[in-house]
Design a protein around this ligand. Sequence first.
Ligand SMILES: [Zn+2]
Length: 365
Amino acid sequence: MNSRYSLNLGKPFGIKVSVHWTFSLLIAWIVFITVRQGLGTTQVLMHVFFILVLFLCVVLHEFGHSLTAIKLGGKVKSITLLPIGGMANITEMPENPRDEFLISAAGPMVNIVIAGLLWIYLGLFHTVDTDQMEFTTITFSNFPVILLAANLFIVAFNLIPAFPMDGGRLFRSALAMKMNRLKATRIAKDIGQIFAVMFIFAGLFFNPFLIIIGFFVFLGAKGEYEMMRYKDILNNYTVKDILMTDYERMDENDSLEDAAEKHAHTSNRGYVITADGKYAGILTKNALIKGLSVYGKKGRIKDVMNENIESVKPDMTLFDVYKNMQLNKYDMVPVKENEKFKGVLDIENINEFFMIQRAMNNITS
Ligand SMILES: [Zn+2]
């Protein structure tokens, strides 16, 4: 999720928590529905308050996943709240099936605990008789009952085995105890996508949120499986296997016009920029186009090149580099050994390498 479109809420346990702007649409929708039902101001606010408390439960659910992942050696960057739920951005995930099982189960467990606490509260302190309770709108007396039910609903919905939802992850980790992880992911992905199509269909008749969730699940399943395939192949190679040594060079004092002119005659996607003959940074095609629109033809390459791209080492696995490039949105990275510049790695080259290796594997296996 792009943080530009999110409101920052804080950084407990080092995890950035933010709420996506579309969340305001959910609040607007709740207000719209309740006003149309003819409810008074207090009751409308009560519904909004309920949604906020419910999403607090969703955040706690994501913390369940995140803190368990961290405890098991993973890394979590952020948690983003969307109208359809929370998303924890776990950048490094422990991969043995048992750890994955625990991480996936920890989220729903949090909601079970919340439901349990509400149940105890209702039994001990809430004197209202639930048999007599009205449930057409949310009131002070039925608030904890509905919140309890909503938490149980979150548990039940998340446990649907629609990968990459929690239930689907539990399913994959159970499969991965019996077979290799790639195969387990493919089966979980196929089943996840069947559920996604069912969500989209059901959404057309019942609740439009299901349509959005369906698309998220469908694309999420595809994306994770693709990543696994990359990993399966690229983990067998290192940077030096596809190191580019015949790169195009330009000087940092060359103009953007020079770069544009050169670009018209090559198929390069980026240039190695030098200062006094030594590596100084990378100029990608996108940075060049952006630079031309900001500085014009007379702009200097050094104004738009990226000098801060972390270099990689020749013996790093291709997958680690690929993952890092995806995460940071790098098109090209410098390769250095003992501080000495060796060449570059281009994301398109990695993609092509992957496709060629995959095609060859399909024939031989
Ligand atoms: Zn979850």
